[in-house]
Design a protein around this ligand. Structure first.
Ligand code: CMX
Length: 441
């Protein structure tokens, strides 16, 4: 067994024993109460999922295996000392639970490179779709069509013992992560560069190779891509994409099925699609106000108009966070260091000043602060990746690192099929209102 897989299994099987012990000894223990408000508000705050890769604190933001984003930017291995960490290092941390050495990360980059071959029929599936199908539609379909390669599916059909499910899941997960950059770049070049495709360079790191295949070979863009892939990699288990992969995987659907499903969730405007909505909305504002440099008063009036039209301000608010997202702050620091006087970046900073007080005044919005999507598009746009309908695909490549590490854990833990209980509305009404107020609907 190769050594990263061996180390993962060593660590994960200890946790698996702990999972089984807690389950066996304390199954009847009450750990939380559920209010009707939680059920009717998207199940927020109910501790229902076991996810080891990262934990989200409402005020502090995300920590990956205990490390904050600033700590990761300092501690994870980099190619050059003043650069950004390699996403391979974060994947190693989430999988094995330790900060990797430079050598671990180099080995992982090489491992991904050897697994990166995408079968031709997957490109044929993409090519069969109309060019006006959204990049996320093409991306999800391409991942699904790659299930022909599932090692787990073959092992299951051959009757593998359930205690070895994790092994073929791990192989599928590693192959899938390795191939995502090529899929993403293929869709990008197909849609926006007239099908002029660029072959992968196996000597490059995972994120650097993605930039290369998209046609971007500058060190600036590689640096941005490494940051981008690290900060989008995971956001604990309850977000729509992570939760979807976990749920679909619980039926023992293979990792290609599970991740394709996750990507159709990421494609929603309240989740990852917000990263393109932000740019779309800002351009609409520039066009409607007929200026690239609106005053704060003009911006405030535009925000109020958007809200009056019953629309959300994209890039603001969060289901868990209650402060500025540290992923926003990391990108802001990056922009301060490397980008001077870019109109779109300036507008993002202006919105950070103007939006929160307006959202706060409405009262009902629990978090008036920006999330990761408020910044990411302006950085990509600055470096020449202007095709913003593609931005959610980049989010999708990155999110695989955390979601698929968790999915592999699920199989080591032997997690069962997920099956919560549902009731008709009447049942909930009967729990709270048995009297005269009761109305038929
Ligand atoms: N603009 C306008 N209204 C907003 C808002 C925003 N940015 N954020 C929340 N609200 C509204 C909600 O729509 C809801 O309104 P109703 O009561 O009329 O339904 C109310 O405020 C309360 O919502 P909440 O509890 O504060 O937030 P939720 O947990 O329901 O939703 C989120 C969270 C992210 C979907 C929401 O803040 C939103 O729609 N933001 C804009 C889209 C966005 O940026 N999504 C990306 C999130 C990060 C990611 O996954 O990538």
């Amino acid at each position: 067994m190769e050594y990263i897989k061996y180390r993962f299994f060593q660590k994960a099987s200890k946790c698996s024993k702990e999972f089984q012990r807690i389950k066996n000894e304390y199954s009847d223990k009450v750990i939380a109460q559920v209010t009707l408000g939680q059920v009717f508000s998207g199940m927020k705050g109910i501790p229902l999922l076991v996810t080891d890769t990262s934990k989200l604190d409402p005020n502090e933001g995300i920590r990956f295996k205990g490390y904050s984003i600033p700590e990761l930017r300092e501690k994870l291995p980099k190619i050059s000392p003043d650069g950004e960490p390699l996403p391979e290092g974060l994947f190693y941390l989430m999988l094995i639970g330790e900060i990797p050495t430079q050598e671990d990360v180099t080995n992982l980059s090489k491992d991904f490179a050897t697994r990166a071959h995408v079968p031709q029929h997957v490109f044929d599936v993409i090519d069969a779709m109309p060019k006006n199908s959204r990049p996320m539609t093409q991306f999800s379909a391409a991942i699904l069509s790659m299930a022909t390669e599932s090692i787990f599916q073959k092992a299951y059909r051959a009757g593998v013992n359930k205690k070895y499910y994790w092994d073929s899941f791990y192989e599928d997960v590693m192959n899938l992560i390795a191939r995502l950059p090529h899929l993403a770049a293929y869709i990008y070049r197909r849609n926006f560069y007239n099908d002029k495709h660029i072959e992968p360079n196996p000597r490059l790191d995972w994120a650097g190779n993605l930039a290369h295949m998209m046609g971007q070979d500058s060190e600036d863009i590689r640096r941005l891509f490494r940051l981008y892939m690290v900060i989008h990699a995971d956001h604990e288990g309850g977000n729509v994409s992570a939760h979807t992969a976990h749920l679909v995987g619980s039926a023992l659907s293979n990792p290609y099925y599970a991740y394709a499903a996750a990507m159709t969730g990421l494609a929603g405007p309240l989740h990852g699609f917000a990263n393109q909505d932000v740019i779309h909305w800002m351009f609409q504002m520039i066009e409607d106000l007929d200026t690239e440099t609106p005053t704060d008063e003009q911006v405030a009036a535009y925000i109020k108009q958007t809200l009056e039209e019953g629309r959300v301000i994209p890039g603001y608010g969060h289901a868990v966070l209650r402060k500025t997202d540290p992923r926003f702050t990391a990108q802001q620091e990056f922009a301060e260091k490397y980008i001077k006087d870019d109109p779109l970046v300036n507008l993002v900073n202006q919105l950070y000043r103007v939006v929160p007080p307006i959202l706060s005044n409405i009262g009902k919005i629990k978090n008036p602060w920006p999330n990761v999507d408020a910044y990411s598009g302006s950085l990509l746009y600055h470096y020449g990746i202007k095709e913003y309908t593609f931005y959610t695909v980049l989010f999708g490549v990155s999110r695989a690192l955390g979601v698929l590490a968790s999915l592999t854990n699920d199989r080591v833990y032997g997690m069962p099929i997920e099956r919560p209980t549902s009731h008709p509305l009447e049942w909930f009404r009967d729990q709270v209102d048995k009297g005269e107020n009761k109305r038929k609907c």
